[in-house]
Design a protein around this ligand. Structure first.
Ligand code: PMP
Ligand code: GLN
Length: 382
């Protein structure tokens, strides 16, 4: 057996979702919306299934979806060739692994930013590469330029940037992206850009790193239909990159998955062709939910950290923790208040220095009445 895989614990998302089910808790842990995505997409998928679009899709993805992805890049001023610069993947999860495989080899170093999404580190380790983690500083999730600079060296091959960020809810500013772009240029490396929450920013713009000077051919920009259309179970993702990089990522995709379900691809192409009002309303609805949960948590003595994007807000539990760490607190909370959330320490390298232990991530991608009910349960506990 592979000792590294055998040593990996079950993902915290599954652990907390199981606990939530056991205790009949409101699940603000694993990030998935509790309302289905647009009927237009569901109908398009059903039609495609009935239309017998059920055999292997082309390796690179359906032309109509690749065209829709290329078109959707225009909102950022990116001119993308659908035939050579777009690859459809089975979710962003596959895209992240395929992009890493495309540019990283055993012995290389990749710069990661903590707190980080849970697949980055294990995938990197399986490739045999080394992670150089840089920590953001709560409560404002500040990026220290010197610390970032120090993580780059002669063996650096790439940086992985997640903006908007899970779990922090941070959206990188132009100034921070310019700092990253400068280091990418200076060290002549690639950037893997996990932008699955690109349409979920509140009051601040989402800026793809790829749009900065000299970044067009160095970035692999990853999107996800799961997040853009509230259909997380569909697992349809897409990568936008230069033709040379796309060809490499496609080689990894060929070995990992080969092709993504054609019926779902067709429906996602319909989704990406909806007008801007859909994306605006998606973000507005999510912002309202963020405000509801963040204000509610704050009023209960759980001050929240800034969250300008994604599905998540992080709260400081110290007023109520009575010395417990975030993991114990979350386990107790699911039993006693019947509300599930995720301890933020789970988003740090387990082999790194001790992570913060006073922060908990709550998902707000739920119906307002569900968020209110969760706050009522927490109030009873406080
Ligand atoms: N990256 C981040 C930051 C995520 O939060 C998620 C899903 N929660 C993914 C990647 C995976 O996306 P997908 O479901 O499309 O594989
Ligand atoms: N991305 C989701 C989250 O952060 C979970 C995805 C998963 O369960 N793997 O909550």
């Amino acid at each position: 057996p592979n000792a590294f895989l055998a040593s990996l614990p079950t993902t915290i998302f599954t652990v907390m979702s199981q606990l939530a089910a056991e205790h009949d808790a409101i699940n603000l842990g694993q990030g998935f919306p509790d309302t289905e995505g647009p009927g237009l997409l569901i109908d398009a998928a059903v039609e495609a299934l009935r239309d017998y679009r059920n055999q292997y899709a082309p390796l690179m993805g359906l032309p109509e979806l690749r065209q829709a992805v290329a078109r959707s890049n225009r909102r950022y001023g990116l001119d993308v060739d659908p035939a050579r610069e777009v690859l459809v993947t089975s979710g962003a999860t596959e895209a992240i692994a395929a992009c890493l495989m495309a540019v990283v080899e055993s012995g290389d170093e990749v710069v990661l930013i903590e707190p980080l999404y849970d697949t980055y580190l294990p995938v990197l380790r399986m490739i045999g590469a080394t992670a150089r983690c840089v920590r953001l500083h709560p409560p404002e999730w500040r990026l220290d330029p010197d610390e970032l600079r120090a993580a780059f060296g002669p063996r650096t091959k790439a940086i992985l940037v997640n903006s908007p960020m899970n779990p922090a809810g941070k959206v990188f500013s132009r100034e921070e992206l310019e700092l990253i772009a400068g280091l990418v240029r200076e060290h002549d490396v690639f950037a893997i850009c996990d932008e699955v929450y690109e349409h979920l920013t509140f009051d601040v713009p989402h800026i793809p790193l790829m749009t900065l000077p000299d970044m067009r051919d160095r970035c692999m920009r990853i999107g996800s239909a799961g997040k853009s259309f509230s259909l997380t179970g569909w697992k349809v993702g897409y990568v936008t990159a230069s033709a040379a990089l796309t060809a490499l990522v496609a080689k990894a995709h060929q070995l990992l998955v080969f092709a993504t379900p054609p019926n779902l691809q067709r429906a996602v192409a319909v989704g990406l062709s909806m007008d801007e009002s859909y994306f605006r309303e998606l973000a507005e609805g999510m912002k309202m939910r963020r405000d509801l949960l963040a204000h509610g948590l704050h009023a209960l003595g759980f001050p929240t950290l800034p969250a300008d994007g994604s599905y998540f807000v992080v709260a400081d539990i110290r007023q109520h923790a009575a010395g417990r760490d975030d993991v114990t607190f979350c386990r107790d909370m699911v039993r006693e208040a019947r509300v599930a959330a995720i301890p933020v320490s789970a988003f740090y390298d387990p082999e790194g220095p001790p992570p913060p232990r006073h922060l908990v991530r709550f998902a707000f991608c739920k119906k307002p009445e569900v968020l209110r009910a969760a706050l009522d349960r927490l109030r009873a506990l406080c």
